[in-house]
Design a protein. Structure first.
Length: 294
């Protein structure tokens, strides 16, 4: 008669957030898709700081972006400011503000010479919120994978978190490093991207750091007083340029830009790898629906 023996308990299999594994960032597409899905029906606050350095190490420009987004259909507010030399002398915009009641989008642009333009775009809030939501994930995430990233799991305040780190190099963008902090749901709570170009370029380094907070909290984007001065919601205020012949960018037709200055990637996600079309792109400092400044 066989004597029963105690079999060893199976070793628990480590669990990772969607898109992550013990080998690193296993699927950037899965992580980016999960990240946006988590944000899809909730409120959040996003803060982004970007610094551009010239080839000699001096600061060429700094920019900050603050976005307060209520749950879908309830509006949002964003403010973007830039100090220093801008990416393009054709659009000397130093501050962009946007507000939505969940239906229409109102935009105020302040130029370096102190002039201001205001415009309104009816029924565009949903598409702009989607663009903002997409812009919360690192643009270069598609350039990373298990071969060039590491993942470290840690516990904090009773919750599981993941640190993702990686570096890559491409002919298009030079050296790019990425650092992310991801929660157990697959939400990228913080990320920092450093891009180093050739010293011969006008901008040798761009550092961008983004942080999400107030997830699932009560975010109420207050209506700014300047919205009351937008008298014609169907027509944009003329852009106060020296020629006086240019109109303010159309928030419904101007491509959304993220912190790379390129138009948001198509529906196949920002997780896809950059293409040759982005070769001359310079990092942008704005969030949708703001003008292309590169």
């Amino acid at each position: 008669m066989a004597v029963p023996t105690d079999e060893p308990a199976p070793m628990p299999v480590p669990e990772f957030a969607p898109g992550l594994s013990e080998r690193g960032l296993a699927s950037p597409e899965t992580l980016a898709r999960t990240h946006r899905s988590v944000l899809g029906g909730t409120s959040f606050v996003m803060r982004t700081n970007t610094t551009r350095l010239a080839a000699n190490g001096s600061t060429r420009s700094t920019s900050t972006t603050l976005v307060r987004t209520a749950p879908a259909g309830r509006g949002f507010l964003y403010v973007a400011e830039q100090n220093g030399s801008g990416p393009s002398p054709r659009a000397p915009i130093v501050r962009v503000e946007g507000w939505s009641d969940g239906n229409d989008v109102f935009v105020k642009q302040t130029y370096a010479n102190g002039t201001v333009s205001r415009s309104s775009r009816p029924n565009t809030a949903e598409q702009v919120r989607y663009s903002i939501q997409r812009g919360t994930a690192p643009y270069f995430i598609g350039s990373f994978g298990p071969a060039n990233t590491t993942v470290e799991r840690f516990r904090q305040n009773g919750s599981t978190w993941y640190r993702v780190a990686g570096t890559t190099r491409s002919e298009l963008f030079g050296n790019v490093s990425l650092r992310m902090t991801v929660d157990s749901r697959g939400l990228i709570r913080r990320h920092r991207t450093t891009r180093e170009e050739s010293p011969a370029k006008n901008r040798s380094r761009t550092v961008s750091a983004t942080r999400l907070s107030a997830i699932d909290g009560v975010v109420v984007p207050d209506r700014p007083a300047w919205v009351d001065n937008v008298t014609d919601p169907r027509a944009a205020t003329p852009n106060p340029t020296t020629s006086g012949s240019t109109r303010a960018p159309n928030a419904t037709t101007t491509p959304t830009t993220n912190r790379t200055g390129t138009a948001d990637p198509p529906a196949t996600e920002s997780a896809q790898r950059p293409t040759a079309a982005n070769r001359t792109a310079a990092e942008s400092w704005v969030v949708a629906p703001m003008p292309v400044t590169s």
